[in-house]
Design a protein around this ligand. Structure first.
Ligand SMILES: Cc1ncc(COP(=O)(O)O)c(C=O)c1O
Length: 415
């Protein structure tokens, strides 16, 4: 199992207080060693299979992080041409890139095909029509995989569940659409059929929904093959969850055993799109306490990171472990850790047991390496947190904090 590099119980020990002082707060800190260990852990769990890993860039798209993964041989799963550009800048070759998402524009499809994208996961009949037309105009062969909807509840948060028929994702299997469309793409001279894809959601903490979805996918693929159609690959998506509450390492091995049991010796080339399971535990958000306010039966610990820096708590009611880095006495009252943004929803944690935090103390928000920095905004005209990468004893600034002048530079006064 891979260790959480920021959990003080494990090596390497990281002096987060000094980093906060040196680089300012709020600050995202990533561990290159951690990313490598997680990537290798995921890959090792699938070593018995013909598998190809495409890191879900949406989880953490920092160029420096992508470069670390590129050097490990990772491909990329992208959901916009912007992410494709990032992946290629970081050294991931276009043929190792998979383009997911329900709303790819013609311009994005054309750019991706011109660059030589490895696979487009199409999600609707309309999208397939557009791909066919664009491929014909460009006189290229588009590598197309069908993302199917197998109507499986991933048992995750509603906003990150994608497996049910009620969601916008994938082409339904149960009414026969997926089969009809797959046969159609096999007959088009401008399309190279790549197979079928499934991704039922994110932060899955049970394996059973994966199993149900994978068996549905396999059933459809086998039926298509029995009808004489070429189904070279199956893309099994991402979704493997992490333990935000206890920060225990991700159990890649159990997931790998499940996939191996279902797919070994079936003759399919397998693709994977992990994001959170590779990134989450390998990043933390550091934030400084501005004030501590008496709230009667609780305290408000007001910090300099806010919902614009880490949206997950308020968007998904997500829990992140938060610790104070200064040794302080215990405090009897619970604490809400809140930011300066003028919204009641601006919080990082509610009702937490924290010691007697003082002004200036640094708090560490754990498991913030996935769906953290990528969702930052400038709400309340707040420059985004900076991002740094620890690489052995070196510290790389991946993205400095913008100054207010830089933040406002593209705007115009109309009068
Ligand atoms: C198509 C697709 N693939 C992969 C992922 C990555 O999922 P996760 O970060 O849960 O591994 C997502 C995110 O939801 C996705 O939409």
């Amino acid at each position: 199992m891979t260790m959480n590099p920021f959990d003080g119980a494990h090596a390497p020990y990281v002096d987060l207080n000094s980093l906060a002082t040196a680089y300012g707060t709020p600050l995202y800190v990533y561990s290159a060693d951690g990313f490598i260990a997680s990537y290798q852990g995921f890959a090792a769990s699938l070593s018995a299979l013909d598998s190809h890993i495409h890191f879900a860039v949406k989880a953490n798209s920092a160029l420096g992080v992508l470069q670390v993964l590129a050097k490990q041989g990772a491909g990329a799963d992208i959901v916009s041409y912007g992410e494709m550009k990032r992946a290629m800048m970081a050294g991931i070759p276009p043929e190792k890139i998979v383009f997911s998402g329900v709303g790819k524009t013609d311009a994005e499809l054309a750019s991706a095909l011109t660059d030589g994208i490895g696979q487009i996961n199409a999600e609707s009949s309309a999208e397939i029509d557009h791909i066919m037309r664009i491929a014909e105009q460009l006189d290229v062969i588009a590598p197309v995989c069908l993302r199917v909807n197998v109507n499986v509840d991933p048992k995750s948060h509603a906003k990150i569940s994608t497996g049910q028929r009620s969601t916008k994702f994938g082409i339904p299997v149960d009414d026969g659409q997926a089969k009809i469309l797959y046969k159609a793409i096999c007959q088009n001279p401008h399309i190279k059929p790549m197979g079928l894809a499934v991704h039922i959601g994110s932060q899955l903490t049970e394996l059973e929904p994966f199993e149900t979805a994978y068996l549905e996918l396999l059933g459809l693929a086998d039926r298509l093959r029995a009808d004489g159609y070429d189904v070279p690959g199956l893309d099994l998506g991402g979704g493997l969850g992490i333990d935000y509450a206890t920060n225990q390492p991700v159990d890649f091995a159990s997931y790998g055993r499940l996939v191996t049991r279902i797919f070994s010796n079936r003759g399919y080339r397998l693709g994977f799109e992990p994001g959170r399971s590779i990134a989450a535990d390998n990043g933390v958000l550091l934030t400084k306490t501005i004030f501590v306010k008496d709230g009667g039966d609780k305290r408000f610990v007001i910090v300099d990171a806010a919902m614009n820096d880490l949206l997950r708590p308020t968007l998904y009611e997500a829990y992140h472990t938060i610790d104070c880095l200064s040794p302080r006495d215990p405090h009897p009252l619970p604490a809400d850790i809140v930011g300066p943004v003028c919204e009641t929803g601006d919080y990082l944690g509610l009702g937490r047991t924290l010691p007697d935090v003082q002004e200036g103390d640094i708090l560490v928000v754990r498991s913030a390496g996935a769906y953290g920095a990528v969702m930052m905004s400038n709400y309340n005209t707040r420059p985004e947190a900076a991002e740094i990468l620890l690489d052995g004893d070196k510290v790389h600034v991946l993205r400095p904090r913008r100054t207010l002048d830089e933040l406002l530079a593209l705007e115009h006064l109309p009068l």
